[in-house]
Ligand binder design. Structure first.
Ligand code: SF4
Length: 511
């Protein structure tokens, strides 16, 4: 069979030189592992496979041939509308459409409006069953358990070449995605991994992958896609240290500060960790994973600043992940604490996340129970800078005022100058300069929403829960982002179907 695999990273075509540069170096590298794994499996099963990623640079329908038998599409919720539009086109051509990835897992029933088969968890046998026509569409299918049997990195080389390299060779910012574990022992209520138990992948496989990388490429850069890297810290480091020091690939990872204890930090440097992205989340909640047990507010700020300073002695690049608008947040204090963090640590790049009700999470279920979900808001707006819920302690206008205040603090030219003059290595200053430009775009987007909130009574009424009628602002924005695909989706297509609120799936065991 002719099988297409498309990993959709965005729904927005690139515009302007800054966004093109940012996307070419940065966004392009956020490819998923599972689409590559599915591509490998399909090849191993004897099919002719076409794999591509879409990050906004070209027309997504041109990424794959049209005369396919089956297309597997993977996407995040924020890019799901372009996936829905493409599914309509492929269906018209008689192609079997299959959706996987985070959106399929969070909102399988909504996805089934457009796709023949929606996959939650899968393995090679389940993919074989799909290709063998064992499932009658429309159907949600899952193995019911997280995958732990992944192909070797070497087997994914054709997909890595296509997604991350230029002319078949890695460039300065080429990132090779890999995994050392799946799941997480923490239970953060907003996270789609909240109920996936932590499982370390076999040590021998990690070692084989790292050795192959070291032997095949000069100075490769690896991104560990583990939800929470090195939960088995010493064991993971032991495996990485089996390689001679000069051969250890540079790597990027996301890990809880609670795992990165003082006595462990030097091993991150020894194993060539280039960039770490721990989550601080809210100043009033989630303190267990940020290593600040029992500390909140100013006390938490002091602890995490000290922790990041010590981490920075061993890891050149750092990002801190914040969640602003959790139910524990109220008043100006969270914004003031975040700004203080930014001032004290110019070499740490902050990301400020807005609480987003991804399906199949306790947070989503709570928002539904409490009637705080903006049910008419299309999934295309399930990401920053958009607000898909009503917050507990902020009206929407004051919330956006705080968000703008925070973003201006780290997107300012003054902060840019501090970043550029802070000693660093490994291209971190270049990345943070690019990210500062992108953050300035975010400020403009936040201001636009805040301005509409203040001047358009119906827009504000929607965000205050007084009406479910989707404001023109969102209809127009969705249409603009879909571009030539906008005509394929009606307004009813864009508005989520909540008949099966939640992320429940009908388990279908693979044989
Ligand atoms: S620690 Fe990170 S990966 Fe684990 S549940 Fe919390 S947010 Fe998710």
């Amino acid at each position: 069979m002719r099988v297409g695999v498309l990993d959709i990273l965005t729904d927005t075509p690139l515009r302007g030189p800054i966004s093109r540069t940012y996307a070419a170096y940065f966004r392009k590298q956020f490819t998923g592992i599972m689409p590559q794994v599915v591509s490998v499996w399909c090849r191993q099963l004897g099919h002719e496979v076409f794999y591509a990623t879409y990050y906004g640079a070209e027309d997504p329908i041109e990424a794959l041939p049209r005369d396919l038998d089956v297309v597997f599409i993977s996407t995040y919720t924020q890019a799901s509308t372009i996936a829905y539009a493409l599914a309509k086109l492929y269906r018209r051509d008689g192609v079997l459409t299959v959706l996987g990835g985070p959106h399929a897992k969070s909102f399988p029933h909504d996805s089934l409006r457009f796709f023949d088969i929606v996959v939650s968890d899968c393995d090679k046998a389940l993919i074989d069953d799909i290709l063998s026509g064992r499932f009658d569409p429309p159907q949600i299918v899952t193995t019911g358990r997280p995958l732990t049997d992944f192909p070797l990195l070497q087997e994914r080389l054709p997909e890595i070449r296509k997604s991350a390299f230029v002319n078949g060779r890695p460039i300065f910012m080429s990132v090779i995605p890999t995994l050392s574990s799946v799941g997480c022992p923490y239970r953060c209520d907003f996270c789609i991994d909240w109920n996936n138990d932590y499982v370390g992948l076999p040590d021998d496989q990690l070692e084989a992958d790292l050795r192959w990388l070291a032997e095949t490429f000069d100075d490769p850069l690896v991104a560990f896609h583990d939800p929470n890297f090195a939960v088995r810290f010493d064991r993971t480091m032991d495996v990485m240290e089996r390689l001679p020091k000069a051969k250890r690939p540079r790597y990027i990872m996301e890990s809880s500060l609670s795992i990165l204890k003082d006595g462990r930090l030097s091993r991150l440097g020894d194993t060539n960790c280039l960039y770490a992205a721990p989550g601080i989340e809210s100043w009033g909640d989630y303190s267990n994973k940020s290593g600040a047990n029992g500390a909140f507010g100013q006390a938490k700020l002091d602890r995490v600043v000290d922790h990041f300073q010590r981490l920075g002695d061993h890891v050149p690049g750092m990002q801190a992940n914040f969640l602003f608008g959790a139910d524990a947040d109220k008043g100006a204090e969270p914004a003031e604490l975040t700004k203080a963090f930014v001032r004290r640590l110019p070499r740490v790049f902050p990301t400020i996340n807005i609480p987003t009700p991804f399906g199949a999470t306790p947070l989503h279920d709570r928002y539904v129970r409490e009637g705080r979900l903006l049910k008419s808001l299309p999934f295309a707006f399930y990401h920053n800078p958009y607000l898909a819920i009503r917050l507990k302690h902020y009206d929407p206008v004051s919330y956006y005022d705080h968000l703008i205040d925070i973003h201006e603090s780290f997107a300012s030219w003054r902060m840019m100058a501090r970043r550029l003059t802070t000693p660093s290595r490994g291209g971190v200053r270049f990345i943070h300069a690019l990210r500062t430009f992108a953050a300035r775009d975010d400020v403009a987007a936040l201001r636009r929403i805040r301005g509409t909130m203040a001047t358009d009574r119906t827009f504000r009424a929607f965000h205050e829960g007084e009406t479910d009628r989707l404001p023109a602002f969102y209809r127009e924005e969705a249409t603009r982002r879909l571009g030539r695909y906008a005509d394929l989706l009606s307004i009813d297509d864009l508005i989520p179907n909540w008949d099966h609120a939640g992320g429940e799936t009908e388990d279908v065991a693979a044989e």
